[in-house]
Design a protein around this ligand. Structure first.
Ligand code: FEO
Length: 162
């Protein structure tokens, strides 16, 4: 039987990943309504990745004789009274929250001496480095944007994400 504390914490993480997917999809709605289809596309890809993160944990739970629990997902905004740069700052803040959550999970796996879960979580630790880096890269580009033409150029670049 799988460790109950870890099973509960991993199920909480499934919820956080699905919430992240929802949060980014809400941002996609906002950007789409604002006519920034590149930002919207980037958010949709991000939302899809978050769903995949949730499914990775879902599959892992089955492989260790645990059971996924699908808790309620909180409602998210689909409109922001914020500039695009502020929304990307929110994304980075949210990813830092997810990183802290993965780190806590890892600490729990260490405390519980659950070696397989430690190994499993290493993928997520690496993934979070990449996620935060992507957000910082976008924020860096905002430093050079002085007008709407610059914003549209960034929009077109973000729209290339697959
Ligand atoms: Fe699944 Fe963006 O953390």
């Amino acid at each position: 039987m799988f460790n109950k504390k870890l099973e509960e914490a991993l199920n909480d993480q499934i919820n956080k990943e699905l919430y992240s997917a929802y949060l980014y999809l809400g941002m996609a709605v906002h950007f789409e309504s604002e006519g920034l289809k590149g930002f919207a596309g980037w958010m949709r890809v991000q939302a899809k990745e978050e769903q995949e993160h949730a499914m990775k944990i879902y599959d892992y739970l089955f492989s260790v004789d645990g059971t996924p629990v699908l808790k309620a997902i909180k409602e998210v905004p689909t409109h922001y009274e914020k500039k695009p740069v502020e929304i990307i700052q929110d994304v980075l803040k949210h990813e830092q929250f997810v990183t802290a959550s993965i780190n806590s999970l890892y600490e729990l796996a260490l405390a519980e001496k659950d070696y397989k879960t430690q190994l499993f979580l290493q993928w997520f630790i690496k993934e979070q480095v990449e996620e935060e880096e992507n957000d910082r890269d976008i924020l860096d580009k905002f430093k050079y944007i002085e007008n709407n033409a610059g914003l549209l150029l960034l929009d077109s670049e973000l729209g290339k994400r697959e």
